[in-house]
Every structure is written in C-alpha cells, then in structure tokens.
Design a protein. Structure first.
Length: 73
C-alpha cells in the first residue's frame, strides 16, 4: 500500500510541475525560479532540466500519462 501511495504522490507532483510550468512559460524569470525549487526535490531535477531546456511549452500533464485529482471536487 505504501508503494502505491508513493507512486501516486509522485504522479501528483509531476502533474503539478507540468501544470505550473505551462502557466509560467511566458514569464521566463518566474519559470526559472520555479524550476530551481523543483531541482531541490528528490527525483525531479532531471524533469526540471528537461523543461528548462525545452523550446516549446510542455504538453498537458495528462498527455504524459500523469493523472491528478488535486483539484477535482
């Protein structure tokens, strides 16, 4: 059960990272600061590097197979 919760939490965090990167995409200064914070977390430094080096806005998190329920009512 704990492994399922860890995977689920990781997927939620990925979804939030992608969504936030999408929203901050046009403000490169804010995006850079956000990705610097993401790099400090375990396991997400590579994701932050990839997003920062990308020349195109990231796709919706669900495109990557990330499912999030944080904001569902």
């Amino acid at each position: 059960m704990a492994a399922d919760e860890a995977v689920s939490e990781s997927e939620h965090l990925k979804s939030l990272i992608f969504s936030t990167a999408q929203e901050l995409w046009d403000d490169k200064d804010a995006l850079g600061k956000f990705l610097a914070v993401v790099r400090r977390s375990d396991g997400f430094a590579k994701l932050a590097d990839t997003l920062e080096q990308s020349s195109v806005r990231p796709a919706n998190a669900t495109f990557f197979g990330v499912r999030s329920t944080e904001f569902q009512i």
